[in-house]
Structure formats: structure tokens, C-alpha cells
Design a protein around this ligand. Structure first.
Ligand code: C5P
Length: 220
């Protein structure tokens, strides 16, 4: 059977990744973290000393970019070559480099192809794919499409809880800067036609997961 694709987009700090992974687990579906793939590429550029702001060099690096991402929600990992980069891709230096990489059209096209083949080939009954352009570009025909939002204050509060050791102001500023850069490339602040908005501002984690699972049960 063709796997059910659940497409979820949203801004940084919306809780997208953890909510999507928990929803995948509850549904018995696979989980695809597309942001982690952009981060893996940014990590690789820093590791091999390629300038993320040099599009030609970034595009050339794709030929040797060997990355793997775990899509079993119980066994999540990100690897580049033989390095496990699951933790390293969350470092601020990677977060700071990723938007420059993500605005290169050839990079988006290359990763989008990978995402589509991962979605097509999954052995699970379905896959929850999460990012910024899944509902609009990667899987616009998905039977379930969700925009996961939260007020900026709520998103900043959640993100600063995740990143210990940094000041709330610095976290908020970094998040706003990244969202601004990313929204120039794809619109993940407004729901495209046919996309269901789940606003988690006043929901706790479990309630947000339940809201997403409800949308899947209604629409799949
Ligand atoms: O979701 P996460 O914060 O890990 O995403 C990291 C970065 O990857 C984003 O800031 C954005 O630049 C890029 N991204 C993207 N398209 C996606 C997912 C992520 O451009 N579908």
C-alpha cells in the first residue's frame, strides 16, 4: 500500500520536531526531520571548511555529501559519512549557518528529491514529514497537511528551555533572525489552501500531539 504522508510545517520553536515524532510514534508511522537534513549539510560544510555563503562551493559539495537519517521514531539518528552528528547539528554554529545553505535552490531541489524517495520507500504504513515547505513543495498532495504554529512568546519560551546556558534574549533574537531569513525563501507562517492550522500556544505537549493525531484520523 502507498504510505500515508502527514506533512507538517511551522516556524522554529513551534515544537514541531518533538510533536511530529511523538505523533508518528502514536500512529505507528515513520518520522522524517527535514530540518535535520539541512543541518547535516551545514555541519558537513563547517567540518570540511566550505563557506556556507558560497553557493557554487555548497552545490559542488553535494556530490560527496553522504548523509543518513533514521526515520524510525524509536531510533532517531543523523549521520554524515561515518560520523554520528545527531547532537552536533543542534550546535549554535550549525544553526547559524543553516539558513544560508537552505536558500540555495539547488540544495532545496537536491534534498527534496531525497525526502520524496524516503517517503515513497518507507516500510511503515505512513510517515510524518516535518519542516518548512513540506505542505507546499515537498508533499503538496499529502492527504494530511498541518501548519503547527504558536505565538512568538510561547515559541521563545520553549526554545530557551531547550537551550540551557544561553540567555532568553539571545535565544529570542537568534530565533527571530532565523525565521526572518527562512521566510524569505518559503512561507511557513501562513497556512496554504487546504492546510489545517494547529495552534499550540495554549496547549501542552501531550495536547498538541493529540490535536495532530486527531487531524490525521479526520483526514487520512
Ligand atoms: O527545523 P529546523 O529548525 O531544524 O530547521 C533548520 C533549518 O533548515 C531552518 O532554519 C531552515 O533554514 C531549513 N529548513 C528548510 N526547509 C525545511 C526544513 C528546514 O529550509 N523543510
Amino acid at each position: 500500500a502507498v504510505p500515508v504522508v502527514v506533512a507538517i510545517d511551522g516556524p522554529a520553536g513551534s515544537g514541531k520536531s518533538s510533536v511530529s515524532r511523538a505523533a508518528a510514534r502514536a500512529l505507528g508511522y515513520a518520522y522524517l526531520d527535514t530540518g535535520a537534513s539541512y543541518r547535516a549539510l551545514a555541519w558537513n560544510l563547517l567540518d570540511t571548511q566550505v563557506d556556507p555563503a558560497d553557493p557554487d562551493a555548497v552545490i559542488a559539495s553535494l556530490t560527496d555529501f553522504d548523509f543518513a537519517i533514521g526515520t524510525d521514531p524509536e531510533a532517531y539518528f543523523v549521520r554524515v559519512g561515518s560520523s554520528d552528528v545527531t547532537e552536533a547539528i543542534r550546535e549554535p554554529r550549525v544553526t547559524g549557518a543553516v539558513s544560508a545553505v537552505a536558500r540555495i535552490p539547488e540544495v532545496r531541489a537536491w534534498l527534496t528529491e531525497r525526502f520524496r524517495s524516503i517517503m515513497r520507500d518507507t516500510e511503515f504504513d505512513g510517515i510524518v514529514a516535518e519542516g518548512r515547505d513540506i505542505t507546499t513543495v515537498v508533499a503538496p498532495d499529502a492527504p494530511v497537511r498541518i501548519l503547527l504554529t504558536a505565538d512568538e512568546d510561547a515559541r521563545m519560551a520553549r526554545r530557551s528551555k531547550e537551550l540551557t546556558g544561553e540567555s532568553a534574549a539571545a535565544v529570542g533574537e537568534a530565533l527571530r533572525t532565523r525565521d526572518r531569513a527562512d521566510s524569505r525563501v518559503v512561507d511557513f507562517m501562513n497556512a496554504a489552501e487546504g492546510v489545517t492550522t494547529v495552534d499550540s500556544t495554549h496547549l501542552d505537549f501531550d495536547e498538541t500531539v493529540a490535536a495532530v493525531v486527531d487531524v490525521v484520523h479526520d483526514q487520512a
